[in-house]
Design a protein around this ligand. Structure first.
Ligand SMILES: O=c1ccn([C@H]2C[C@H](O)[C@@H](COP(=O)(O)OP(=O)(O)OP(=O)(O)O)O2)c(=O)[nH]1
Length: 199
């Protein structure tokens, strides 16, 4: 079951679901979602001399990515074909019986700004800001202003609570994200590994 505005408000009031801060309930609480605003930090991907990025190399990933913080009153210009990581301004806490989906807003989609290249799922138990995968599929640069409503979060109730929510003993490398976080796929090994055994 997807939570309605009334359900969301109730869960926020109960305190187990957190979206913080919400400065304007009327603006941010939508009929079945919460609008989230854009933070001011971005990770941009540099041209690199490395022939390719090995996802399991922390050094190569770090070399590829640089951080930009937009000054107050300025915009971040997302050029056609760009892919950058942004962050929500709000911090969220998802309880063990809910899963949240980050969706784009239609108004930005109509300007060819896509908020999620791939991922968009916030696990039960997840806490932190949400890293946004922003791209411009259009032909004109688009100005993104920190504080603008950039994405929306919907919540689906699980049939039963997650037994091992995000942040418990399993991989939880993005728990308590503060600002945009580059891929930490290289930590997969630490949490059990994704590598197939050789026969
Ligand atoms: O667009 C997104 C999607 C998810 N998350 C956060 C919340 C989510 O709970 C966590 C992990 O997401 P996911 O499980 O999709 O990533 P993973 O690469 O499988 O990480 P892990 O191995 O830690 O589960 O990252 C974001 O910040 N942005």
């Amino acid at each position: 079951m997807i939570l309605s505005d009334a359900d969301i408000l109730q869960r926020l009031e109960d305190g187990d679901l957190v979206v913080d801060p919400i400065d304007d309930l009327d603006l941010q609480i939508q009929p079945a979602s919460v609008d989230l605003r854009l933070g001011k930090e971005f990770l941009e991907f540099q041209r690199t001399n490395i022939p390719c990025i090995h996802p399991n190399s922390e050094q190569e990933v770090d070399e590829y990515v640089t951080e930009t913080v937009v000054e107050d009153g300025d915009d971040f210009i997302l050029h056609p074909g760009d892919f950058v990581l942004g962050t929500t301004y709000e911090r969220v806490e998802i309880p063990a019986d809910l899963i949240a989906h980050v969706e784009g807003r239609s108004s930005l989609g109509r300007l060819a700004v896509v908020v999620h290249a791939t991922a968009g799922l916030c696990d039960p138990g997840y806490r932190g800001q949400i890293t946004l995968e922003l791209s411009n599929l259009g032909t004109a640069p688009v100005a993104l202003t920190p504080g603008m409503r950039i994405s929306q979060l919907t919540f689906t109730e699980l049939k039963t609570e997650a037994e091992r929510p995000y942040g418990s003993d399993r991989g939880s490398k993005y728990q308590d994200q503060d600002g945009p976080q580059a891929s930490r796929i290289q930590s997969d090994d630490e949490f059990g590994g994704d590598q197939l055994e050789r026969k």
